[in-house]
Unconditional design. Structure first.
Length: 252
């Protein structure tokens, strides 16, 4: 666990992160790991002196299975409301699926990609999961604990969103900007490996929305939190994308 800023906590599960915002005794959970990470999400909440029922709202950066585990579980068990970008609502309902499968994973560098795939299958990588009644939230401030600001960062999925915390100078980047991934050849600020992205061109363009934020605490969906000016981090990510052959003309 890392308390990245006051009342802003970042926890890691099976090679994926979730964020907890605390305001008084009320919590907002942002993303929720794999289905097999649900006990770890519950324990992370207890580790800060709270309980799962204290979660008043859940935000999805995007509706990939490695971010939906505790989101779907808490919503079903506690009727906790779930919010996402208006486009991503349809993805969470599984009206369509923009998620890498076994064939996509085969495009990654071996053997680490295959080792990662075998690992995450044990925590639900191939499980079918959906949430039918996710509530749409547009860009701007949200009236939930922690008062995050939704920032559309479409590309990794069609409705991916980041969340800015101006008072903490922090940004929760989801998979729009990582600091590491088990299938990546790089460490440090980077895009998610290309074969996970729905649109390579849009994923690159989404960095523009992050670059202009007033933030120097980066809380990614994968990798350790990073204290660095977001514009500098975006510059590094762009260079890594170029070096890794992140070609917008390539079909993801």
């Amino acid at each position: 666990m890392s308390e990245a800023a006051e009342n802003v906590f970042c926890f890691g599960g099976t090679d994926v992160n979730w964020i907890i915002l605390r305001e008084g005794t009320d919590l907002t959970l942002i993303d929720g790991g794999w289905p097999g990470d649900v006990p770890a999400v519950e324990e992370s909440i207890r580790s800060i002196g709270q309980k799962p029922e204290d979660v008043r709202a859940i935000l999805l950066t995007h509706a990939h299975i490695d971010h939906m585990g505790a989101v779907e579980d808490f919503h079903r068990r506690f009727a906790t409301p779930v919010y996402a970008d208006p486009i991503e609502v349809h993805h969470a309902r599984r009206e369509y699926l923009e998620q890498a499968g076994a064939d996509d994973v085969d495009k990654g560098p071996m053997p680490q990609t295959q080792e990662w795939w075998e690992k995450v299958q044990k925590v639900g990588a191939t499980k079918e999961l959906k949430i039918d009644d996710v509530r749409p939230v547009g860009a701007g401030p949200l009236d939930i604990p922690g008062r995050p600001i939704a920032v559309p960062t479409h590309g990794h999925t069609s409705g991916h969103a980041a969340f800015h915390l101006p008072d903490s100078r922090a940004v929760i980047t989801g998979d729009a900007l990582l600091t590491a991934h088990p299938t990546s050849l790089f460490d440090g600020p980077q895009l998610c490996p290309w074969f996970f992205a729905h649109s390579l061109q849009d994923a690159l363009a989404a960095l523009d929305a992050l670059e202009v934020l007033d933030a120097d605490v980066i809380l990614p969906g994968h990798g350790d939190p990073l204290r660095r000016d977001i514009a500098e981090a975006v510059g590094i990510a762009r260079r890594h994308a170029h070096d890794s052959g992140y070609d917008p003309s390539r079909k993801a």
